[in-house]
Write a protein that binds this ligand. Structure first.
Ligand SMILES: [Zn+2]
Length: 122
């Protein structure tokens, strides 16, 4: 991976949103590239800066904003999981089955002659 592609992944690395293989590649690169480590440390500082402290430089804020926008527009959308068409009906079917089973169990418990509602009547 090139320094540019690593630096594109640093925010994802910081927030642990990378997939395992990308994360491994970023870590391997950071071990042997001083320039990317400096970039990462600067990024961490920018992100973790307390609100009362001095603001990050204009360049890093712009870069951060661009990275977040790219993250949200690109892979964020692609990774968003769509609900399968059959999942809502499956959930509904399961809920209906659970309700029918509950009614059945309740009926069978209460319909016996020796159980509370009937035995109290006598
Ligand atoms: Zn590098």
């Amino acid at each position: 991976m090139t320094c540019d592609s690593i630096q594109d992944e640093l925010i994802g690395y910081q927030f642990a949103t990378l997939d395992a293989s990308t994360r491994t590649r970023v870590e391997a690169h950071l071990i042997c590239c001083a320039s990317c480590v400096r970039e990462f440390v600067q990024l961490k500082r920018d992100i973790e800066q307390p609100a009362a402290g001095p603001l990050p430089s204009k360049e890093s804020r712009t870069r951060l904003r661009e990275e977040i926008a790219r993250e949200l527009a690109g892979r964020g959308r692609a990774r968003m999981r769509r609900t399968r068409f059959w999942e809502p009906s499956f959930a509904l079917g399961f809920a209906a089955a659970a309700m029918i089973a509950t009614v059945g169990i309740t009926y069978s418990i209460n319909s016996g002659t020796g159980n509370a509602p009937h035995s109290l009547r006598r």
